[in-house]
Unconditional design. Structure first.
Length: 186
């Protein structure tokens, strides 16, 4: 599993380049079509370029599909047994953890099973730099769980990522999940 921040950087570069090429093509087309005189756009050239953009765009999607960290785990979910599972409840705009701090080992596959007793909330894990590691929507009356394999040590904050009213803004548990090297769990 690749770290999601690395995937985000790679996809940002790839899709930014793709967007720039599309914008340049639109500018070229606009300039050629609005000029007076015999400066029309050659249809063969135009459709060749559009075809190239379609092939490039589809190729980008195919190439980046397998870099999404959670896709393989989600596709093979029925074959995976988590190493650890944590039942977390949410009620009255508050996360209720099974312990004061959740401690897991690097390399473990962890299941976060989150249950809402009243409203729709979000459950997101955030790095120390406030970038999101993952998130899911937590809907009352439905199974809300996510599998994750932590690749490196770190301390993470739990936040609600879904609007649940004015009190939802304060749904933050600082340093609630700590990932440590194997054998160092409390």
């Amino acid at each position: 599993m690749v770290d999601s921040s690395l995937v985000l950087k790679g996809q940002t570069i790839a899709y930014t380049c793709y967007t720039i090429v599309i914008m340049l093509m639109m500018a070229w087309f606009s300039m050629r079509i609005t000029k007076t005189g015999k400066s029309k756009v050659n249809p063969a050239l135009f459709y060749t370029f559009v075809g190239f953009l379609v092939v490039l765009g589809v190729s980008l999607h195919i190439i980046t599909y397998n870099t999404i960290p959670w896709s393989e785990m989600d596709l093979k979910r029925h074959e995976i047994t988590p190493d650890r599972s944590f039942a977390i409840e949410v009620a009255n705009h508050e996360f209720i953890l099974p312990a004061e701090k959740i401690v897991v080992n690097v390399g473990e596959i962890v299941e976060f099973d989150v249950t809402s007793r009243d409203l729709t909330y979000g459950f997101g894990l955030f790095r120390q730099d406030n970038s999101m590691l993952f998130q899911m929507q937590v809907i009352p009356g439905h199974r809300n769980d996510i599998l994750w394999k932590f690749l490196q040590p770190g301390v993470y904050t739990i936040r609600s990522t879904e609007y649940s009213g004015p009190k939802g803004v304060a749904m933050i548990l600082e340093n609630a999940v700590e990932v440590v090297e194997s054998g160092a769990t409390e």
